[in-house]
Design a protein around this ligand. Structure first.
Ligand SMILES: [Fe+2]
Ligand SMILES: [Fe+2]
Length: 187
């Protein structure tokens, strides 16, 4: 009884906010990998690195498609900042890939660390709601979170931490990703 009383309903406003930020984030992820692939190809990166990034990019496409479908189904307005994520995501991916394969991987580590916390917080929130849509949405978030963690693991195994100034780069990108989430939840 006491436990049930603590549950908060998932309001349409909250659902809209969750879906909007996730769709924006997955869109940004898609653009980061697009920029990375461009930069890596310019640099003539090895086939294995390209394949790894392509596989992660393909998963981001799946994530984006799922949230795009969910925002349409729930009549949620997509982020107004899509043009910003379009350019900023690509620029981040391109810049890190031009620094080197390991810098590109460091970018993935940083972004995925932030996304992991973000999805974990949402999953925790949804755990507390009795709304009909929530179990399904939570399952989607849990699955995507696992896949984002796989991306981080892949990037770490590819030597992300050996990037010169890894700590600085990681912190800067994490700060940027957090700022992007803050904005995407509001605009
Ligand atoms: Fe994703
Ligand atoms: Fe990812």
């Amino acid at each position: 009884m006491g436990k049930k009383a603590e549950k908060k309903p998932l309001s349409p406003a909250l659902l809209a906010r969750l879906l909007r930020v996730n769709q924006a984030g997955e869109y940004g992820a898609k653009r980061i990998y697009a920029g990375q692939l461009q930069g890596l190809r310019w640099r003539g990166a090895d086939a294995q690195t390209l394949r790894q990034i392509e596989q992660m990019a393909a998963q981001e496409e799946t994530h984006l498609a799922a949230f795009s479908q969910l925002i349409a189904a729930n009549q949620v307005r997509p982020t107004a900042l899509q043009p910003v994520w379009h350019v900023a995501g690509f620029a981040l991916g391109l810049a890190t890939a031009l620094l080197g394969n390991k810098a590109a991987m460091a970018c993935t580590v940083a972004v995925e660390e932030v996304i992991d916390r973000h999805y974990a917080a949402q999953a925790e929130l949804l755990e507390k709601t009795p709304a009909k849509a929530a179990p399904q949405l939570k399952a989607v978030i849990d699955q995507f979170r696992r896949e984002e963690n796989d991306h981080r693991e892949t990037a770490l195994e590819a030597g992300a931490e050996q990037t010169p100034l890894y700590g600085v780069l990681r912190h800067a990108i994490k700060a940027g990703a957090k700022a992007a989430i803050w904005l995407a939840e509001r605009v």
